[in-house]
Design a protein around this ligand. Structure first.
Ligand code: CP
Length: 332
């Protein structure tokens, strides 16, 4: 039986295909909890999860909080504006002070690539990377994989096109690592200046760097669109937003080139009309909100494995405390 025995989740790059599959299998066991009337199980009762967010977030932060609460853990949210970092405290001092209150897991998002690795080296608590600069966003790649598996039944052998601002995208990095490890054929396309040099190594493992969106989407089973990260553009990588939209946005004619049953994904937040048209984002092939739904199951799995146990959850950890059965209103 596979296991996930790591102390931290810092990125996808270092994980094996077996570890990734174990995380996805565990997430699948938790997915059902969010479909119940009473969305709570006792798996992490008495544990504490701290969400330390130094960058804005809607999906990831809320998702980690909901995941912790659905596992019966206590969730504490700290954002930079309400922390003593604004008074000059270092990230490490902040983390060590939080650690002195005995949390069972610290989830961190930071604009600096490597911030979670730094805390993992210096602190005793399990650390989860919720997105570090342009480096990695492991739980996003896991929830994307869970969504692909749900709709396609597999990942191995699928043709996946990742389109857009590859250079600045931690989502692209984590997804390229994960999808290639699980045997997908991955093609990336974005402005030539926005393809990271480190992906050259992955070409040996089947990654194709395409020069146009048309080439990347040809016959693709999965179209993964990236957000144009305006906040990380410290140089003029392309002439204007309008030109980016024309050359690197996903349009209806791209869907005609893809496989007939292709699915469309986007990690959010979306720049509608720039990297994706509203017609596609809200269309029948879009799984954008399914990705968000699966994010809770993935984060439940990650928190459970790091702050709970290394095995798949036992039957009694997946039923609400009480009579051991799911109670419906009006049932006796
Ligand atoms: N996909 C993602 O990380 O979204 P948030 O920035 O809202 O967390």
């Amino acid at each position: 039986m596979s296991q996930f025995t790591r102390r931290h989740l810092l990125g996808i790059r270092d994980l094996s295909a077996d570890e990734i599959t174990h995380l996805l299998d565990t997430a699948e066991t938790f997915r059902d909890v969010s479909r119940r009337e009473i969305k709570k199980v006792p798996a992490l009762r008495g544990r504490t999860v701290i969400n330390l967010f130094f960058e804005p977030s809607t999906r990831t932060r809320t998702s980690f909080e909901i995941a912790a609460k659905r596992l019966s853990a206590d969730a504490v949210n700290i954002s930079v504006s309400s922390s003593s970092v604004t008074k000059g405290e270092t990230l490490l001092d902040t983390a060590r002070n939080l650690e002195a209150m005995a949390p069972d897991c610290i989830v961190i998002r930071h604009s600096m690539a490597g911030a979670p690795q730094h805390l993992a080296r210096m602190c005793n608590s399990p650390i989860v990377n919720a997105g570090d600069g342009s480096h990695e966003h492991p739980t996003q790649a896991l929830l994307d994989a869970l969504t692909i598996r749900e709709y396609k039944g597999r990942i191995s052998g699928l043709n996946v096109a990742i389109i857009g601002d590859i250079l600045h995208s931690r989502v692209a990095r984590s997804n390229v690592y994960l999808l290639t490890k699980l045997g997908a054929n991955v093609r990336v396309a974005g402005p030539g200046t926005l393809a990271p040099a480190e992906f050259a190594d992955l070409v040996e493992h089947g990654l194709r760097v395409e020069s146009s969106v048309n080439a990347a989407v040809e016959g693709a089973d999965v179209l993964m669109v990236l957000r144009l990260q305006r906040e990380r553009q410290d140089a003029a990588f392309f002439p204007s937003m309008r030109e980016y939209a024309v050359h690197y946005g996903l349009h209806a004619d791209h869907l005609d080139r893809a496989a007939r049953d292709a699915i469309v994904m986007h990690p959010g937040p979306m720049n509608r009309g720039i990297e994706i048209s509203s017609e596609i984002a809200d269309g029948g092939k879009s799984l954008i909100l399914d990705q968000v739904t699966n994010g809770v199951a993935v984060r439940m799995a990650v928190l459970y494995l790091l702050a709970g146990g290394a095995h798949l959850p036992a039957e009694d950890e997946l039923v609400p405390k009480g009579n051991g059965k799911q109670q419906r209103k009006g049932s006796s």
